[in-house]
Ligand binder design. Structure first.
Ligand code: PLP
Length: 403
């Protein structure tokens, strides 16, 4: 099909040309000075993205799942108790992965579309066993299957209110570099990510950041058996710009470029504001369509992903298939319990208004082709009005500031 394809799944996201060009180069000696400088720059930039001064970023050839495994095996030992709320595929996944490592998992099943009830969390932590307390609370910041963003600061407040010193492990795979994340302020012990979403890179890196408390557990011999994921050799080698095994060299050149764009040029506050603004446009369209958003609590609406329910009797998998085949528009399918009953619009990473409008317009065409009773153009109009209103609001604020 002529023209470009639209990749509006909730990751992997579109890669800016600059980032592609930064990776389009001969492979360098990963033990030479040029690469050591890239490693240093990338680690410094990642600290800014994670919102930490003392945290230690680590990079693996891998993906988000690898980073989850790395987080668990470096700080948790078989038999230790962990608390996990299940509100979708990935939060449920944290519980499942933890069980594989023989952790003693308390999984609280909330249902798709829900967020963590912090009063319940506080109550559970207050009532925790004094002889064998939870060793960690595991949370997904942005549940990619439902488009629910958990208030991580509120989770931390609940842990503090209960005076519980469990480790705080947070999956930021679909939020980092798109939705504000403050590792130090929220005293997160391990934050987990991958390269292919907010960081605007291809899939291929598992990334995490460990607090000094988490690092100390690793250094004192805590955790589970590990080799590839072990932090100790990574930290030792990273100090001199090296890795204990072959790093994904070209990906790091891409990451350096992406961090330059996100941190140094656009600036993280603007990146977060852009995501919020584009997400408002998407939600305005979905509301105009008259279709329910899966997230049940508007303050938790995700600024990176909107999961949309389709009417009973309509197959959302048919919609995503048709949009992809007819319009080269890839939308996210419903996953887990939402397969067939919802679809997901990814609105994260390198993205602007016109790309959002194309996505909304393409989705409307696919609705119409499949006979879904949604007025073509209704979402587009609502989305445009939202963008125009936001723009007018910005101009007003500027005028007041000048006056
Ligand atoms: N956690 C969340 C919140 C995710 O969205 C994903 C993937 O989309 C993962 C974990 C797994 O990451 P990966 O597919 O990079 O292994």
């Amino acid at each position: 099909m002529s023209g470009r394809a639209f990749l509006q799944i909730p990751g992997p996201t579109n890669i800016p040309d600059r980032v592609l060009r930064a990776m389009d180069r001969p492979v360098v000696d990963h033990r030479g000075p040029e690469f050591a400088a890239v490693t240093e720059r990338v680690r410094a930039g990642l600290k800014q993205v994670f919102g930490t001064r003392d945290g230690v970023p680590m990079l693996y050839p891998g993906s988000g799942t690898g980073a989850i495994e790395a987080a668990l095996v470096n700080v948790l030992s078989p038999g230790e108790r962990v608390l996990v709320y299940n509100y979708g595929v990935f939060s449920g996944g944290l519980a499942a992965i933890s069980r594989r490592f023989k952790l003693d998992v308390d999984e609280v099943v909330l249902g798709y579309g829900k967020t963590i009830p912090t009063d319940d969390l506080e109550r559970r932590l207050r009532a925790d066993s004094s002889t064998n307390p939870y060793r960690a609370v595991l949370v997904v910041h942005n549940e990619t299957s439902t488009g629910v963003t958990v208030d991580v600061a509120a989770v931390r407040r609940a842990m503090d209110a209960a005076q519980h010193d469990a480790l705080f492990v947070v999956d930021t795979v679909s939020s980092l570099a798109s939705i504000e994340f403050c590792m130090d302020d929220w005293r997160v012990d391990v934050a987990i990510c991958g390269s292919q979403k907010g960081l605007m890179l291809p899939p291929g890196l598992g990334i995490l950041c460990a607090s000094q408390r988490a690092v100390a557990i690793n250094q004192q011999g805590g955790g589970s058996p590990r080799f590839f994921w072990d932090w100790a050799p990574i930290m030792r080698e990273n100090r001199i710009g090296l890795f204990p095994y072959t790093p994904a060299t070209l990906m790091l050149f891409g990451l350096r470029e992406a961090l330059q764009m996100l941190v140094d040029e656009e600036g993280l506050p603007s990146v977060f504001a852009r995501h919020a603004y584009l997400a408002e446009g998407v939600r305005a369209a979905v509301t105009a369509w008259g279709l329910p958003i899966v997230c049940e609590d508007p303050p938790c609406y995700s600024n990176t992903i909107t999961a949309v329910r389709v009417p009973a009797g309509f197959d959302s998998n048919e919609l995503t298939r048709h949009a992809r085949e007819r319009y080269s528009l890839s939308l996210g399918g419903g996953i887990g319990e939402l397969s067939g009953v919802a679809f997901r619009i990814g609105h994260l990473g390198a993205l602007n208004e016109l790309e959002v409008l194309a996505t909304i317009g393409g989705t409307e065409l696919a609705f119409a082709d499949l006979g879904l009773d949604v007025e073509p153009g209704s979402g587009l109009l609502a989305c445009q009005h939202m963008f125009l209103a936001e723009e007018a609001g910005k101009k007003l604020v500027q005028a007041v500031a000048v006056a």
